[in-house]
Design a protein around this ligand. Sequence first.
Ligand code: NAD
Length: 232
Amino acid sequence: MDTRSIVVFSGAGVSAESGLRTFRDSDGLWEQYRIEEVATPEAWEHDPARVLHFYDLRREQVLSARPNAAHEAISRLQKHYNLHVVTQNIDDLHERAGSGQVLHLHGEILKARSTADPTLITHINGPSLRLGDRCPLGSQLRPHIVWFGEEVPLIPIAAALIARADKLLIVGSSLQVYPAAGLIHYASPSCEVVLVDPNEVGISRAGVRHIKRTASEGVPLLAAQWLKEANA
Ligand code: NAD
């Protein structure tokens, strides 16, 4: 077993071929919704039913989606490397493909949390979360999602993982959503950094290898190389 470590930093593009659309594909909209109307604390204040409805639709899509070849290739790497996935995605496709160590920077669509105590997190049973669904303290449950304008509490843990990584794979992220996008700068100078994205992505680090293919084409190719290297 090679104990070298890999961090996969994934964004919406890794799930695109599973049928979950990215921001960029939809002109900065998320499935026809303006983000500030559904993914901010102000939106929740103003119209919680609309916010819940938006996330119910996202949850339904996630429940009917399946992991693709990229999620599966990533999980194969854990046989030979200490693998951590740091994802901006709120879907559970990395886990369903078998990856064991997944950090969801922006939360998880299949979970809800208390509006009174953010540490009270629960699985959502069924496709929808409704006004009147309450935590054990009696407060309304909200989606377990980090909204725009909110703290991203897992950033320090993710930064520490990336700082220790021997290899960093960035896949399907436009690197435009901060603070998550800034995490790649924690990679050490000796870290091998590979980007898989069919489009140009602005990345200021020198020496990054860009595999200009979709996730389901590019990630299995890279994983095969890294597995061969581990077995050599
Ligand atoms: P983004 O939409 O800003 O960028 C997506 C990137 O994926 C782009 O660089 C695009 O070129 C690339 N891409 C498109 N199709 C691809 C493919 N088939 N294979 C590989 N790459 C592909 O996404 P982001 O950087 O993740 O930031 C958007 C935010 O939206 C995140 O915070 C995330 O939480 C949220 N989001 C999540 C989901 C999900 O959970 N599946 C879906 C949409 C948006």
